[in-house]
Design a protein around this ligand. Structure first.
Ligand code: PLP
Length: 459
């Protein structure tokens, strides 16, 4: 088998263009990791090493890897209906069952669902539906979309434009016209903290300023992740989202919540809208929908938007071959049933979330840590060169990658998010013991990085 792995690694090095990777690094240093097996919260590499995946793949494998119940449900679907389109007024019991399930677990105001295959496709769909909705209202000029700096909404031409991470734009001459970005509620860089409600209102005010600058009659929607994952794990103060909602309503701008990461429990509520106390017109779901057992995503519309689009509006010229694929649909339904049966959302809210929070908060006394922030099972550790002045490390030091590499030596995968930030988003099925291992490995990583930087932690 080892020879096979060697051959595969060589072929991969020579022919595979990896997303978000340096082709030169792959060419010169080879793969960082060849995972040959996944089970529970673990990834096993080709040398037999087991790692706790404390980032759930890409914040998506919420129910853990390699579950027999998922495998059984998926293989049964393949044996029964391996594919069937939902085009042309058709469906099948698996796809229809997903609609029924979503109707059950989503808040009542989400009344209509459209399906795609990835978060990017779902966000792209959301923006197309915004355009169609406003046309149906006789306001075709309401097309401009306001997003935020540091946002991550995907990688299509449009969704990469909505994404507010600067490195994602120049290679492709983005953002495209008709998209603008307001400040992110990143309290750390504004000298305050995640609980500062006044700062939350100030950050939300940036939306109203931008609507007035563009003209409310030209703005179709505002899009945001309730709490950010990729964008340095920015988590807004408590009053931020209700204020954003108030501003959207005041100016009749649609509110899109990108719940690709937060949907289906990560916040400790089924949807982070419920955690923060607001109601979006359009909600985008992907990763958490099927725990990435199969690519499936969805756009949920409220009655105002869904009712208009399903009213007397003619044929909808939009869709993907594998929209609501029966195998994806059964993966999503089974995933949701597991979350319900194992009471995983309640466990995050009452046990796992608070335990992770207090374990991470204890690390705030570490010399390298400025703050930790997050909700539920989605957290970020903000590193800093100076706790008082909140100075960033020189980027070339890659201190976040350094800490992650040392935690990896201890058998735990965490994610360096850039901006001196580490992401920690473990699976919902992480045990208390595994949580302790994760926290120990992070502490080890911080100490080792501190030594590497030339200072022994004075604790
Ligand atoms: C909040 C959010 N939206 C959208 C996306 C894009 O999803 P996909 O990679 O499935 O296109 C991501 C991916 O990380 C995400 O985190």
């Amino acid at each position: 088998m080892d020879n096979t792995y060697d051959r595969l690694v060589r072929s991969d090095r020579d022919h595979h263009i990896h997303p978000f990777s340096s082709p030169r690094r792959v060419r010169e240093e080879g793969l960082r990791r060849l995972t040959v097996r996944t089970e529970g919260v673990y990834q096993v590499d080709n040398h037999g090493n087991r790692y706790i995946d404390a980032v759930s793949g890409l914040a998506c494998v919420n129910i853990g890897y390699g579950r027999e119940d998922m495998a059984d449900a998926i293989s049964q679907a393949i044996r029964t209906i391996s594919f069937h389109p939902v085009f042309w007024e058709c469906s099948n019991p698996y796809s229809a069952a997903l609609v029924e399930k979503l109707n059950e677990v989503t808040p009542e105001y989400m009344t209509h669902f459209f399906f795609a295959n990835s978060g990017s496709e779902a966000n792209d769909t959301a923006i197309k539906l915004v355009r169609w909705f406003w046309k149906l209202q006789g306001k075709p000029e309401k097309k401009h979309i306001i997003s935020r700096e540091m946002a991550y909404h995907g990688m299509n031409l449009l969704t990469a434009s909505l994404t507010g991470l600067e490195p994602c734009h120049p290679q492709f001459d983005l953002p495209i016209a008709g998209v603008s970005h307001i400040m992110a509620p990143w309290s750390w860089v504004h000298g305050t903290h995640q609980q500062d409600e006044a700062f939350g209102r100030q950050a939300a005010q940036a939306l109203e300023d931008e609507i007035l600058r563009i003209g409310a009659d030209r703005v179709g929607a505002f899009i945001g992740e309730p709490t950010q994952a990729t964008g340095c794990g920015i988590s807004p103060p408590p009053g931020y989202w209700p204020e954003i909602e108030r501003i959207c309503r005041k100016h009749d701008v649609l509110l899109i919540a990108d719940e690709v990461v937060t949907g289906f429990g990560r916040s400790g509520e089924w949807f982070a809208q419920q955690y923060f106390g607001f109601e979006a017109d359009i909600t985008v779901m992907a990763k958490g929908l099927s725990s990435a057992y199969f690519p499936v995503s969805a756009v949920a519309l409220n009655q105002r938007v869904g009712g208009a689009i399903t009213g007397d509006s003619g044929e909808l010229y939009h869709g993907y071959t594998t929209s609501c694929h029966p195998v994806g649909a059964v993966a999503a339904v089974k995933n949701i049933e597991i979350i319900q049966q194992e009471r995983l959302v309640e466990r995050i809210r009452d046990e796992l979330g608070p335990a992770l929070e207090s374990g991470l908060k204890a690390l705030e006394s570490h010399p390298l840590v400025g703050e930790v922030r997050g909700i539920g099972l989605g957290w970020a550790i903000q590193l800093t060169a100076n706790k008082e002045t909140r100075e960033f490390f020189p980027p070339e030091l890659g201190v976040d990658a350094m800490v992650a590499a040392h935690a990896y030596e201890k058998g735990v995968i965490i994610r360096d998010l850039g901006g001196d930030t580490l992401g920690v988003s473990p699976p919902f099925v992480t045990t208390d013991e595994q949580l302790v291992q994760i926290l120990d490995a992070i502490e080890y990583g911080l100490d080792a990085a501190q030594r590497e930087l030339g200072g022994i932690p004075d604790r």
